[in-house]
Design a protein around this ligand. Structure first.
Ligand code: KG4
Ligand code: ZN
Length: 338
């Protein structure tokens, strides 16, 4: 059967729409919101307004690129949560009215599950996909989780952050260094030119498979602050080394927990997902660890790491096959639920 799914993502500051033909991607349009960069973080009210402006052109563009007519769509899938309420409401409301007008099913998708399921998008021939059960490290601006993925929709969170998310740690470190928001890509770029052992920052001692990044942020802040007293040009003089050292520390925290998770569960099928999975250092270390530990490691294509609607469409596709639909009384949620 030919299934065409429209995916809509509006949980934070990117408005995105994608069309899938079965598991194959036809289009994945993302409108980034420049408006937040001067504030050093996402301003929720500005994000909702920008989504309102972007959503119709983005969806039209995704249909044009996919070369399909909206009447060919089998279903509309959308991010129900977690995310910013005002931002979610724009995508949720549009999805409801669009599905209603076209008289096709409406499929709700969890944003974090979708990050994981992006590994199943068929974007190239003979793509290797994780087999169940696998472990996924989901690292984004809002979440840091180790998830045991038993099937497309049976997922258990076996580790999570008790304070900041990994992406937040990158963003806060970047802010301290005066780099633009979002900080992850800027740190990644500077880190490539630096010495990752130039500075040592304290690492948290957190039990089980949980994470903490707030102490690391403080340790980083104090190092920068104390050194600025001695050398006012400390940041300029050491930018690349500072970026490389904080990135190395964040990666070590993440990889050490994934090694424990794999040992505890006996699972060697390992995936990463979410915005931070775009990090070149993290990708390199996961590849190296895979060799040492005999893991099968799965790194998402860069276009599916940060927020995108292709992942919403693939998650929607699997739910569509299960006849898992929602009515137009569905409401968004802001916090992680599964
Ligand atoms: O998944 P995502 O697009 O949005 C959320 O669901 O939160 O993740 C955004 C996060 C931001 O914190 C951003 O700094 C981080 O992903 N990020 C990166 C890189 N690209 C994006 N962090 C480190 N290195 C990168 N290359
Ligand atoms: Zn995300």
């Amino acid at each position: 059967m030919d299934t065409y799914i429209l995916g809509i993502e509006s949980s934070c500051d990117d408005t995105s729409a994608a069309v899938l033909h079965n598991k194959r991607i036809l289009s994945n349009v993302i409108a980034n919101q420049e408006v937040h960069s001067r504030y050093g973080g996402v301003v929720p009210e500005l994000a909702s307004r920008a989504h309102q402006q972007n959503i119709i052109p983005v969806i039209e563009h995704s249909l044009q690129l996919a070369k399909i007519n909206k009447k060919q769509l089998s279903a509309v899938s959308f991010t129900r949560g977690p995310g910013l309420l005002g931002s979610l409401l724009v995508g949720v409301s549009f999805a409801k009215s669009f599905a209603y007008a076209l008289n096709i099913p409406l499929v709700e998708v969890d944003h974090l599950q979708a990050h994981i399921l992006s590994h199943f998008i068929e974007d190239k021939a003979n793509k290797l996909m994780p087999s169940f059960p696998f472990l996924c490290l989901t690292v984004s601006g809002g979440h840091t989780q180790i998830v045991k993925v038993n099937s497309y929709f049976s997922m258990e969170i076996i580790g999570t952050t008790i304070d900041d998310a990994a992406g937040e740690a990158f963003d806060k470190a970047a802010k301290i260094l005066g780099l633009p928001y979002p900080g992850g890509p800027a740190i990644d770029k500077a880190a490539c030119l630096g010495n990752e052992y130039a500075f040592d920052f304290s690492k948290p001692k957190i039990s089980k498979l949980d994470f903490s990044f707030s102490g690391l942020k403080t340790s980083f802040l104090y190092t920068v602050r104390d050194n600025l007293r001695i050398n006012p040009n400390f940041i300029e003089d050491n930018l690349n080394d500072l970026a490389a050292s904080i990135q190395r520390t964040i990666i070590e925290i993440l990889v050490e927990k994934m090694i424990s998770a794999s040992e505890q569960t006996g699972i060697k099928e390992i995936a990463i997902a979410g915005g931070v999975s775009a990090n070149s250092g993290l990708r390199r270390i996961f590849t190296e660890t895979a060799r040492q530990k005999n893991w099968n490691v799965f790194l998402p294509e860069l276009q599916y790491t940060t927020d995108n609607a292709a992942m919403i469409a693939i998650a929607g596709y699997f739910k569509f096959l299960n006849n898992d639909f929602v009515g137009i009384d569905v409401t968004p949620y802001t916090r992680a639920t599964f």
